[in-house]
Design a binder for this molecule. Sequence first.
Ligand code: CO
Ligand code: CO
Ligand code: CO
Length: 329
Amino acid sequence: MSLTELGDVLQRLPQPNDPNLLVGINTADDAGVYKLTDEIALIQTVDFFTPIVDDPYTYGQIAAANSLSDVYAMGGKPLTAMNIVGFHHKYFSNDVLVEILTGGFDKAKEAGAVIVGGHTIMDEELKYGLSVTGIVHPDKIVTNAGAKPGDKLVLTKPLGTGIISTALKSGKNLGDLMERAIKVMTTLNKTASEVMQEIGVNACTDITGFGLLGHGYEMAAGSRVGFKIWASRVPIFEEAIQLIKEGYVPGGTSNNRFYLSDKVLLPDSLDWERSTLLFDAQTSGGLLISVPNEKADRLIRELQRRNVETAVIIGEVVADHPGKIEVID
Ligand code: CO
Ligand code: CO
Ligand code: CO
């Protein structure tokens, strides 16, 4: 579902009215947050999708890392998770399902979370993901609605995994590019989230299906500020430029460009391939962090010191054009 279609549906739903609901559906945040006590709030999120790689174990790892990411984007710690599976024995053996679930199990374990159960339905199209429950101190929730003018915007993974997995699906031989993309997609946002909590930041979201500009737009709109993004500084898989030229662009990425046309200001000088990457639908992408200017360098240094491989300042928050992103070439 596109960003604007989802927005339309959510807007028409009844609004819950519970004082303990700290983050609900109205700011399009990564997860819901519900206060249990003055010390503990519950974070809840769910995500699942169809395979994007051939190897079932790797698919399980990527899907789990992606689902856990929404808890990290809120600055939380995942505790428990449940498997969600769409599967049909007509197409796959039980061995395949065991591999997928083991990939998910291992990734959850790495996150310090335990898988407590799940649910499987018969489905012609394979699907897998997790419903994750985490915790956070109610005063330390990092929403997507707290970005302030003057903040710097930091991104923690390169863009292009949507393009790359589309090329893979079409049978393109990618050499070691696929391995590098898999490494990025299976990497948890755990360390990045812990570092941002230690430094103290104003807002965060993770980059997934709506791409950098889609999730950036949600954060700008939720925070009632504008974003400036310097296209040349945004980390990308360079090989994705050539893959875009060859036509490997996922439908979700094209949809993002279409639905964000009045929310993103693109310079005429920016070439099509570069702008396509900014819209690219990511799986298990990095965190987009809005950090006070005076803490930005410390955040980058600490991310690097703790082996977060990508940690780049890609833009800044402005008071102008609230709810819009200006891309600068
Ligand atoms: Co998210
Ligand atoms: Co999500
Ligand atoms: Co968040």
